[in-house]
Design a protein around this ligand. Structure first.
Ligand SMILES: NC(=O)C1=CN([C@@H]2O[C@H](COP(=O)(O)OP(=O)(O)OC[C@H]3O[C@@H](n4cnc5c(N)ncnc54)[C@H](O)[C@@H]3O)[C@@H](O)[C@H]2O)C=CC1
Ligand SMILES: CC(=O)C(=O)O
Length: 316
């Protein structure tokens, strides 16, 4: 990784709601030394960089400034949030062609800059765009990370903590599969303070049907927020910040991501939501969550739907 020990540099592509929230989170958390922001709306980026630099006296130095794709030449991370967001009633998959065309204009000049770091992708449909980033860049798969079901897992953890009245930090539970309608909760492996989720729920009189309703609400939460305020951004921006920290601080931490499965769950040749170990090399290890037969069938169905879209959009 370029300049890992000397000067950590991140290039953010896309300074909209998600991108600017990510930039703010990076400044709050003091994660890199330099943050370069690139967007076709150049005046907006200039204004945002000036606005963001005033955070520094109260947090600490992080050189934030506008830039170009050429800035990726010595960057450790490129974070892609550029794209058209989902409109009310639109699915993430409706976005595929629009955002694929935008992605093509980004990845090529980044690679041509000599970038030798790690890509993190959040633009939707994120599983397809992450796969496309890997293919267009020709980078090793472990150096291209998608946010996958990171946001969905956060939503699920919040929902479980609220429903079961437990401290959020004791909830160990993941949403797997597509970041979209094909996602599902992995119940067998889920735990609250080390106790199986299903046992804790049963003890509190919460039925599987009620958990399934909660899972449905979680799946629909993005759409609900978009219906109310037009977009969602704080959750995924924080997922991006957390992933950035895991890479830049070489954390070896397990996080839910969009991962390039290679035999896990019997799947190959796609990015899909599952936990993985993240460190300075990118995806150090993809973890396979133990699934029930029903959950495994959902994983395969989710993969099939993503592969069909990838075949249409990417010609695979
Ligand atoms: N993976 C996830 O969990 C989530 C993903 N998203 C996705 O993130 C993406 C961004 O969402 P928002 O920030 O809300 O959208 P936004 O419309 O606020 O921002 C998008 C930004 O991309 C910029 N842009 C467009 N084409 C560009 C190009 N060729 N080069 C550089 N910049 C370019 C636009 O000028 C704009 O500033 C969308 O695809 C959205 O669906 C949003 C929430 C959650
Ligand atoms: C927009 C989006 O992908 C979400 O909030 O889940």
């Amino acid at each position: 990784m370029a300049n890992q020990t000397i000067h950590q540099k991140v290039v953010l592509i896309g300074d909209g709601a998600v991108g600017s929230s990510y930039a703010f989170a990076m400044l709050q958390q003091q994660i890199a030394d330099e943050l370069v922001i690139v967007d076709i709306q150049t005046d907006h980026v200039s204004g945002d960089a000036l606005d963001l630099e005033d955070v520094q006296p109260l947090t600490g130095p992080l050189n934030v400034h506008p830039g170009t794709y050429q800035d990726a030449t010595d960057a450790d991370l490129v974070v892609i949030t550029a794209g058209v967001p989902r409109k009310p009633g639109e699915t993430r998959l409706d976005l595929v062609n629009k955002n694929l065309n935008i992605l093509k204009t980004i990845v090529k000049p980044i690679v041509e800059s000599g970038f030798a770091g790690i890509f993190i992708v959040a633009a939707n449909p994120v599983d397809i765009l992450t796969m496309a980033t890997q293919k267009l860049s020709g980078f090793p798969r472990e150096r291209v990370i998608g946010t996958g079901t990171s946001l969905d897992s956060s939503r699920w953890q919040v929902a479980l903590a609220n429903r079961l009245s437990v401290d959020l930090r004791t909830v160990d539970a993941y949403i797997l599969g597509e970041h979209g309608d094909g996602q599902f909760a992995a119940y067998q492996a889920a735990a609250i303070a080390g106790q199986p989720l299903l046992a804790v729920a049963a003890k509190q009189g919460v039925s599987q049907l009620q958990l399934t309703d909660l899972e449905t609400t979680t799946r629909k939460k993005g759409g609900s927020i978009i219906g109310l305020k037009g977009a969602t951004f704080y959750g995924v921006a924080t997922s991006l910040m957390r992933l950035s920290r895991a890479v830049l601080h070489n954390e070896n931490i397990v996080l839910p991501i969009g991962a390039p499965v290679d035999g896990q769950y019997g799947l190959h040749d796609l990015y899909i939501g599952t936990p993985a170990v993240i460190n300075a090399q990118g995806i150090a290890q993809i973890l396979e969550v133990p699934l029930s037969a029903d959950e495994q069938a959902k994983m395969v169905a989710s993969a099939k739907s993503l592969q069909a879209i990838a075949a249409d959009a990417l010609g695979d």
